[in-house]
Design a protein around this ligand. Structure first.
Ligand code: ZN
Length: 499
C-alpha cells in the first residue's frame, strides 16, 4: 500500500526524471547521435531511479520518434508494444535464484533477432548477485554482442562485479536525491493528490528517506493514507513517521556509553512493540549522533564513542532491510558487537575497557556469594543439564526455545555461554531478550555466577544429539574464568560473519 504513489508517479520519459541530470543528458545524447552502447552499468544506492531509467532506456533505443522529440513519445508502435509487455524487453532480477535461470534465458535468446522491436534489451537488476558461472556466461555474450542487443545492468554494489565485466560496460553512477530534488517531487505529488502539507513536514520526510526517491514517496504515501483531512498537520506527520522519542535516543546513547546491553535491547524491543519503526529510530539516532559529532568537531574534541555508535547504527540499518522481525536482528547485532568488544578487550584492551572488565569481575564475586545462598532453595533444575534446565524454565513463556536449542551447539567455555548454529533465524530467536534472560538466569541458578553469552553462525557446525553444556563442572573453574586467546579470535570471526 505504501508504495502506491511511487508506482503512480514513476517517470515514463526522460523529461519526468527528477535528479540524475548528467546521466540523463549523456544517455539522451548518445541515442540521438546513434552511439548506443552494447552494455550499460547503472550503479548507485537503492531507490535512486536505476531501474526506472533502465526501462526508459529500453524504450528510448526503440522509440520511432526519439530523434524528432529528443524523448520517448509513448505513442508509436514500438512504445505501445513495450507498454503492452513486449517479449523483446527482458527484465530480470539476479537476486532470485542468483540469476542462473536468467542467464540461461539470455544465452538461449540473445542471438535471435528481436520479434518486433529494433533492439532487444536485457535489464538485469541486482547484477552483483549473479553467480560466477552466470558472470562467465554473460561475459561470453558481452565479448561479442550481437548488433541488436543492449544490456543494462543495475547494481547497488558495483565492487562485487568482476573486473572483466566492468571493463566491458559503459558505467553511470547514480546519486541520491538532493533535498531540493526530493522536495520538488514530493510537493508536486501532494498538489496533484489535492492535499496540503507544511514545508517542515516535507523536509522531515526527506530526512527520513535518506535521499532515496522511492523511500521518500513511500513515506509520503504512508502520511497521506493516515490523514483523514486534505490538510496534513505536522502532528500527523510526526505520528505517521513514528518520530522517535528523544528520550529513547538519549537513553540509547547513554546505554551504549555504559555498555548497558540490557537497556539497549529493552529500548529496541519497546520501540518495536509500540509502533514497529526500528529503522526510523536508527535513522534518527544516526542523525542525532551526527549533529553531536559536528558540534564536537567545531570544538576540536571528538568523542570516540559517538563515532562507534554511528558506525554501528549505520551497519545495523543496512543489515535489517531483509528481515521482517527487525528488533530481533538489531538486538542480535548489539549483543554481537559488545561480545566482540569485550573479547578484544580481553586480548589487548584500552585502559578504560580493562577497568570495566575488572569492575565486572568484582561484581561477579559478590553475586556468586548471593546466588550460592539462593541456590539451596532452587530444587527443580539443579540436577538437570544446562540445556534441560533452560527448556524447563522456558516451557511456559517460550516453548519453542527447546526445539531451537536442538538445532544449535551450546557450550560453556570459561565464563561464557556460546551458542552456535548454522541457522540464522534460529539464532535470532535464541538471542532475543526473553530467551537470553532465561539462559543467563539458569546459568546463575546452576553455577551461582553471571556468565556472558555469545551467538555465532557456523555453517559447518556438528550439532550434538544431546546438548551437553556442562563442560565446566566445578564452581572454582567458573569463578576464575580463563579465556583462551585462540578461541576468542575464532569466536569473533564467527560473529563477524553475521554482521
Ligand atoms: Zn515512441
Amino acid at each position: 500500500m505504501a508504495e502506491v504513489l511511487y508506482r503512480k508517479y514513476r517517470p515514463t520519459s526522460f523529461a519526468q526524471i527528477e535528479g540524475q541530470e548528467s546521466v540523463v543528458q549523456i544517455l539522451k545524447e548518445s541515442i540521438l547521435q546513434g552511439k548506443v552502447s552494447h552494455a550499460y552499468l547503472f550503479c548507485g544506492p537503492r531507490g535512486c531511479g536505476k531501474t526506472t531509467i533502465a526501462r526508459i532506456m529500453a524504450k528510448a533505443v526503440n522509440c520511432e520518434n526519439f530523434a524528432k522529440l529528443g524523448d520517448i513519445c509513448n505513442k508509436c508502435d514500438a512504445c505501445t508494444a513495450i507498454n503492452n509487455g513486449s517479449m523483446d524487453i527482458m527484465e530480470m532480477d539476479a537476486a532470485s535464484n542468483r540469476g542462473i535461470e536468467e542467464i540461461r534465458v539470455v544465452r538461449d535468446t540473445v542471438n535471435f533477432v528481436p520479434n518486433f522491436l529494433a533492439k532487444k534489451v536485457y535489464i538485469i537488476d541486482e547484477a552483483h548477485m549473479l553467480t560466477k558461472e552466470a558472470f562467465n556466461a554473460l561475459l561470453k555474450t558481452l565479448e561479442e554482442p550481437p548488433e541488436h542487443v543492449v544490456f543494462v545492468l543495475a547494481t547497488t554494489e558495483s565492487h562485487k562485479l568482476p573486473v572483466t565485466i566492468l571493463s566491458r560496460v559503459t558505467r553511470f553512477d547514480f546519486k541520491l536525491g538532493s533535498e531540493n530534488e526530493i522536495l520538488n517531487k514530493l510537493g508536486r505529488i501532494v498538489a496533484s493528490e489535492g492535499y496540503s502539507i507544511s514545508l517542515d513536514s516535507l523536509r522531515l520526510i526527506f530526512e527520513y528517506s535518506g535521499g532515496s526517491f522511492r523511500d521518500s514517496e513511500s513515506l509520503l504515501s504512508k502520511v497521506i493514507l493516515t490523514s483523514s483531512s486534505k490538510e496534513i498537520s505536522d502532528d500527523l506527520v510526526n505520528k505517521a513517521l513514528g518520530v522517535a522519542d528523544i528520550k529513547n535516543i538519549e537513553g540509547f546513547i547513554e546505554g551504549f556509553k555504559n555498555r548497558d546491553v540490557n537497556r539497549l535491547t529493552t529500548i529496541i524491543t519497546e520501540i518495536s512493540e509500540s509502533n514497529d519503526n526500528v529503522p526510523i529510530f536508527l535513522e534518527q539516532l544516526i542523525q542525532s549522533v551526527n549533529n553531536k559529532l559536528i558540534e564536537q568537531a567545531k570544538r576540536g574534541a571528538l568523542e570516540y564513542e559517538y563515532i562507534s555508535i554511528a558506525n554501528l547504527a549505520i551497519k545495523i540499518r543496512s543489515e535489517i532491510r531483509d528481515f521482517s522481525d527487525k528488533s530481533t536482528i538489531v538486538n542480535l547485532a548489539l549483543l554481537s558487537y559488545f561480545n566482540r568488544e569485550q573479547m578484544s578487550a580481553t586480548i589487548s584492551g584500552p585502559p578504560k575497557l580493562e577497568k570495566q572488565v575488572s569492575i565486572k569481575k568484582e561484581d561477579d564475586v559478590s553475586l556468586v556469594e548471593e546466588s550460592k545462598a539462593e541456590k539451596k532453595e532452587v530444587v527443580d533444575i539443579k540436577d538437570k543439564s544446562f540445556t534441560e534446565a533452560v527448556a524447563i524454565r522456558a516451557q511456559s513463556s517460550l516453548p519453542r526455545l527447546k526445539g531451537m536449542m536442538n538445532t544449535a551447539k551450546i557450550e560453556i567455555i570459561g565464563d561464557e555461554i556460546k551458542v552456535s548454529s548454522p541457522y540464522k533465524f534460529n539464532l535470532a530467536y535464541m538471542s532475543k531478550k526473553e530467551a537470553r534472560d532465561i539462559f543467563l538466569e539458569v546459568a546463575r541458578e546452576l553455577y551461582g555466577k553471571n556468565l556472558g553469552i555469545s551467538f555465532s553462525i557456523d555453517a559447518d557446525i556438528q550439532i550434538p544429539a544431546k546438548n551437553e553444556a556442562e563442560k565446566v563442572e566445578n564452581d572454582d573453574k567458573i569463578i576464575e574464568p580463563k579465556k583462551k586467546v585462540d578461541k576468542t579470535i575464532d569466536n569473533s570471526n564467527l560473529v563477524e560473519e553475521i554482521f
